[in-house]
Design a protein around this ligand. Sequence first.
Ligand code: GLP
Length: 241
Amino acid sequence: MKLVITKDYDDLSKQAARLIADEVKQRPDTVLGLATGGTPVGMYRELIAIHQKEGVDFSQASSFNLDEYVGLSGQHPQSYRAYMDENLFDHINLPREKTNVPHGDAADLGAECKRYEQAIAAAGGIDIQVLGIGNNGHIGFNEPGSAKDTTTRVVQLTSSTIEANARYFDTIEEVPTQAISMGIRTILSAKKIVLLASGKAKAEAVQHMLEGEMTSDVPASLLQQHPDVTVIVDVEAAAAL
Ligand code: GLP
């Protein structure tokens, strides 16, 4: 895995946005794999700025998000669909019909997971997948214990993830306890992966991901087997290396 340590969050956001923009410039029909959470917000802000300043064209690109909360429709303000619209899609020329986020309110969740996995395959697979990392080493919503061969499925969130994500909801009781998430195999099938981590709360997970043994107990460590991963971390997230 290639490691880039940046001086701060701003620099991390700029470097990550540059990687994505270069990919889209080189290959206009890029299939982007996108992530939510607090970490990529700065990268999306920079990507919008690059789009406006340099005219990077997203009209032929498409995107697949990693995950969505079960039970939330795309209209729910805390849904990952709403997050993506607000932080990126409303501001660039990526056609809305080519943006994909799992439907967390689908009546048949199993069928929705299958449909999502097939849609990724039909698009030719993901060219560049952006990832954050949970404090416990989760990627997407693949919590500790997620096997290497998992694909898009319904997952149960751990209490530490529910607590970490409660800051976006009025009360912790409102945080969904399940999500639809791409699996580890789905993520590892991407041609390139860019993982972002910022702040000292991520230092331990980052250390294990890069230097620890490959184990499902720390799902991000399974990325060690992928041939093209760039990890961009700020100095605080790199503190335990
Ligand atoms: C959520 C998301 C992950 C994200 C993680 C860390 O659980 N499903 O994709 O990486 O949170 O989020 P943050 O960047 O806010 O620390």
